[in-house]
Design a protein around this ligand. Structure first.
Ligand SMILES: [Zn+2]
Length: 283
């Protein structure tokens, strides 16, 4: 329904590098383009402190850029439609820093439920969260099941890259080990990978002369209670010191950021192609 490029001619938002934005469709065109096989993508950002060297909107910039690049690269091959990004999310681990603007967990669940309720009024059945903020992951997993239960949607959670405390690697699984090794697997916020990606996407917003390492190295010695360990623990960014950084951004560079970003976009397109084929039960 939404994959025929010829039928999209002249419809705002359906073609071009920034195309397939649901918000640019007109109501009179909507049913011709968004159908049962469409996947609606909601980029989820954050406005929260990212240390002295990165901007508050880092997670929003990355999630939004990833989503736009996915749409541009996938073109009309996949039936994807991009929702406007959710800028504010559950950032209360950064509440100690003025400028952080956050939704509490109950508020965020309610917002996601309302978005799900809205999506469920369309014929689209698949809703994918593209999450740029690691602090949202647990809640988004809860929301995925709630939206499945409450609105019958098929729900999915994707990340530009998983942080090390959630099974990812500081270098996005690429061979950047020498540069990321100093983080000892503890680089989860404003560290090497995230700073490198921002140097690629928005170098104008990065102050590398203020970048400083803050690696909770003592956690790396723990067998269980550590980022990526079997025992998770509640934490606030301020628990690890005043800088707000958890990682080592000092060796971040734009070349690495470009590779990580390209890798993320390719990985996301692959994952979305599988989501398009996904069925709960045996065909
Ligand atoms: Zn971030």
């Amino acid at each position: 329904m939404a994959t025929g490029s010829s039928s999209n001619a002249g419809v705002p938002g359906s073609t071009g590098p920034a195309g397939r934005r649901l918000g640019e469709l007109r109501a009179s065109d909507f049913a011709d383009h968004v159908g049962p096989e469409s996947i609606l993508i909601l980029p989820v950002g954050a406005v929260e402190q990212h240390g002295p060297h990165l901007p508050f909107n880092t997670d929003l910039v990355i999630a939004d850029a990833c989503a736009r690049s996915v749409m541009a690269a996938a073109g009309d091959e996949l039936d994807l439609w991009l929702l406007e990004p959710l800028a504010y999310s559950k950032s209360n681990e950064h509440v100690a820093t003025p400028g952080t603007v956050w939704l509490g967990p109950q508020t965020m669940l309610a917002v996601l439920d309302d978005i799900g309720r809205s999506v469920a009024t369309t014929s689209a059945r698949k809703l994918a969260f593209l999450n740029g903020h690691g602090g949202n992951s647990s809640l988004l997993n809860v929301a995925c099941r709630e939206l499945r239960l409450n609105h019958g949607l098929e729900t999915f959670l994707l990340h530009p890259s998983l942080p090390p405390d959630q099974g990812g690697t500081a270098d996005g699984g690429m061979d950047e080990g020498d540069l990321a090794r100093g983080e000892m697997g503890m680089g989860i916020h404003a560290g090497f990978a995230e700073t490198s990606i921002m140097l690629h996407l928005r170098p104008d917003l990065v102050a590398m002369d203020r970048a400083e390492a803050n690696v909770p190295a003592h956690l790396a010695a723990n067998d269980h209670v550590r980022f990526g360990g079997a025992v998770t623990f509640g934490w606030l960014a301020s628990d690890f010191g005043p800088s707000g950084v958890i990682g080592d951004p000092t060796r971040a560079n734009a070349e690495t950021g470009a590779r990580l970003f390209k890798n993320s976009v390719e990985h996301l397109i692959d994952a979305l192609a599988e989501i398009a084929r996904f069925r709960y039960s045996q065909p």
